[in-house]
Every structure is written in structure tokens, then in C-alpha cells.
Design a protein around this ligand. Sequence first.
Ligand code: 5AD
Length: 498
Amino acid sequence: MKSAVFSVPGLRRLPWLRKDGTLHESRLTSLFSTAGVCLTFTALSTMPSVYIKTYGCQMNERDSEAVAAQLVAKGYTLAVSDRVADVVLLNTCSVRDMAEQKALNKMENLAAEMRRDRPEVVLGFLGCMAQSRGRGLIDRLPDVDLVLGTQKFHRTADYLDEILTGRRDKVVDVEEEKGSEATIKEHLLNGNAQTKSVTAFVSIMQGCNQYCTFCIVPYTRGMERSRTISDVVSECRELVSRGVKEITLLGQIVTSYGKREIGMKDGKSAFVQLLEAVHAIEGLERIRFTSPHPKGYGDDLVEAYGRLPKLCESAHLPVQSGSDRVLKLMHRGYTRERFLGIVEKLRRVKPEMGVTTDIIVGFPGETESDFAETLSLVREVAFDNAYCFKYSPRKDTPAAAMPDQVPQEVIEERHGRLLDLVNEVGKEKYRRCVGQRAQILVEGPSRKNGERFEGRTRANRIVVFEGNERHRGRLLDVKITRAGSFTLYGDPAIVNPD
Ligand code: 5AD
């Protein structure tokens, strides 16, 4: 018998079922039929494959990794592309309209293609846009089977199981869930020694209470909720035991970590207490975190850089604007002067501190002179790099209803000028590194040129060098020989003769 023919309503989704209702025999190790009515699968030799495409920030990348790890643990395989996957999930971003449009277009194309060629494929939206649009996504794209919000990533496997076995047709779940902040735990560290991960991200909290007037995050990620210190530490310890050398603590506003749940102790914020606890893990070499809020840089945190040698001297400090008037309209809670004071304090403790930032261009009411203040701030701080965003009005945020929205062509023009300046300032900073020595942690083959290897300095600058597998995971001293665009080139041989 090549294949069994049967029809059971609800089982049409099974990827091992052909469109004509016949079963791919190879997919099943055994199949029982009782009176021709009830069919039971006892074991499946091939589980479905899943492809996850991620839009947006590092938090989204981390959430996708946890979902992938959860599915792999259930027996799914990871597909190399959406073209061959049985399940395609888009983990979405809502922070700017363009990110939403990209995911919507992608899903529209996928739906058309799958309807034509492979209607059994399960399609899902996860994350921020799923949270903010909910069922509306299925009304707009009826081929979508699954819509899961930001507090439901850990339920993906169960819901897929229900859909794949026909117990449910479609699932939309965007409810709040108590304790969901502690569910992003599983990691995919690519077990095989060839590709072992040297760095890992650990989610320490979810949500944001800042309510910056431009930002949708409090509405998509909910209120701040933090994991316990011991929970975070045990995840970090496990990662280190699997070979991880550098951990980046992640959250929407990490400097608000544990404010309500843990509180201050001996003059130290909960976040600094967490840094100390993670720092104590033997075998861990480096600690980073992102994103902080500038106003979260109290003296206890600044002082921690001087005291905790594993804490790398780099800070991503989102400034958003250099104009006090705009900062106030944005509800950022600091002035230009205060921001400059924070950078100065950090550089006093660690002169080598690498500083990057986020800037929004064209916030409502931004005048040419406000923008000039942003340009002058970029020069004054001399950022290593800045992520420059064109203001995008977001649903239900106060800024979307503010007067004096800046015309798109003005935003484009200012954005271009800002990028030019960021490149000029960054180039000079990188150029100054040439001739110096730096310690790098080797992460693997270079993303720009797979023939070479790359690592990062403690200040978070990428260094490309002639390396090989035996360097992976090692801390190496290199001499910087050349600077390219936001990349350094180094020579370990000069510093570490074999
Ligand atoms: N428009 C443009 N950029 C935004 N960001 C957040 N909201 C918006 C918006 N409505 C930027 C901020 C933030 C980064 C993650 O995205 O700079 O720091």
C-alpha cells in the first residue's frame, strides 16, 4: 500500500496529508483504523517544520529564539526558508509604521502563494503587531491561522498542535498573562561544536511604564514586570555551563528592572543588585545590557562600571533629541544638560566607554533650530554610532494627535543630514582606534566576509581579523590596524605571538 485514503474533518491541516486526502506513508510509523471511522496516530516519524521571520528589536529576536527552542523541544525541525516550511510565523514589530507594513506585505504574499501551492501550511502572526491588532489581522488576511500577543509566546507549541491536529481552526490570543515575563527562557545555542554560541541574550523583564509620547511599546508590551534575580541568574548559569562567555541582559527599560518587585538595597537599585549577582557567575567573561533609560543612570550604576570588571564599558543611551523643548514634548524626563552630564560621569569612570544612541527626526513641532540642537549634541557627545529614525505616528499615542506634524519631505531631508553627521563622527571615532590595542571576544566568522573571523571589543566595536575555529570563544588581544565603516580590522599575531 503506497498511501491510505481517508477523510476526517479537521485533519486537513496535517502537513503529512496530501491535498487529495491521501497520506504520505513515509511520514507515519503506524496508523490504526478502527471500523474505518476513528484514526489514531501513534507516532509520527517526521514532525512539521517551522520558519520564523523576525522584525524589529533584539527583544523580538530573543522571543523568536525562545519560540524556536520551544518548538524544537517538541520535535519540530527548523526550516531553512518559508518556501519549504509547514508552519510560517512572523514575529512582528509595531514601533514604526514601516515595520508593520513590511510584515503585512510579507504575509499577504505568503498567503497568496500558500493558497495556490500549499494550502495546508499554517500561517501565524506573533508579537507586537499581533498584540495591537488582534483579530483584525485575520479579518484582513483570512488565511492567517494564529495571532499570538506578546504575553503568549510560550503557548505557541500548544496552539500549533491544536491547529495542526484540527482541534481548532484559528487561534487569537492577546490576553494579559500573569507571570509571562518569566516565560522567555529557552535558548537555541546550536549544540554542535562548530557553531556554538559564545554570546546570549537573557530577557530580564517585560513591558514599559515610561509612556514617551511617541511610543507604542507600553500598549504592545504592557506594564513593567520583572523576573526574580535568582531566576535570571540560574538561566545565565545554565548558559555559561553550555559555553556562553558573554551575556546581554535584555528589557524594554532595563534600568527600571525590579523597581516595584525588588526595590533598593544598601543604596543599590534592583538592576545593580542583578548585575552583581550575574557578575558572580564563574566562567562568565562579559556582561552587557540593553536598553537602559538615560535617567536610570544613577550613581550606583555609574559606579558599578568601575567596580565590576565583567561589565563592559559600552552604553546604548537613547537620547531621541538634543532639544529641551522636544525632549519635554516627548516626555523623556531629562534635559540635554542632564544627558550630557550622564555621559560625562560614565566617561569619568571609564574613558574608553563606547556610547551609541537612538534619535528620532521630525517629532511633531520639531523646528529647524530644535534639529540643529540634535546635530550639535551628536558632535558634542561624539557617539560611536546612532540609530536614526524618521518619526512615525503610532495609534493611540499622544504625539500622533499633536499639532505641527512635520512634513515628510522635511523629515527626509533632516534624516539625510543627520545620517551624514553620524557617519562623519563615527568614522573619526573608529579612525582613532587605529594603532591601539583592544581585547576582543571572538564570536565566529565575520558577517561581512565569511573567510575571516570577528569579535567585539569591550566598547562593542566589531573587529575583523584573520582567524579560524580555534579562536571561537577566546578572549584575544588585538592590535587595530585599520578602520572601515563601523568596523575595525585587527591583528592578533602582533599582540599574541604563537
Ligand atoms: N517613530 C519613530 N521612531 C520611534 N521609535 C520609537 N517610537 C518611534 C516612532 N513613533 C524609536 C526610538 C526608540 C527606538 C527603538 O525606536 O528611537 O528608541
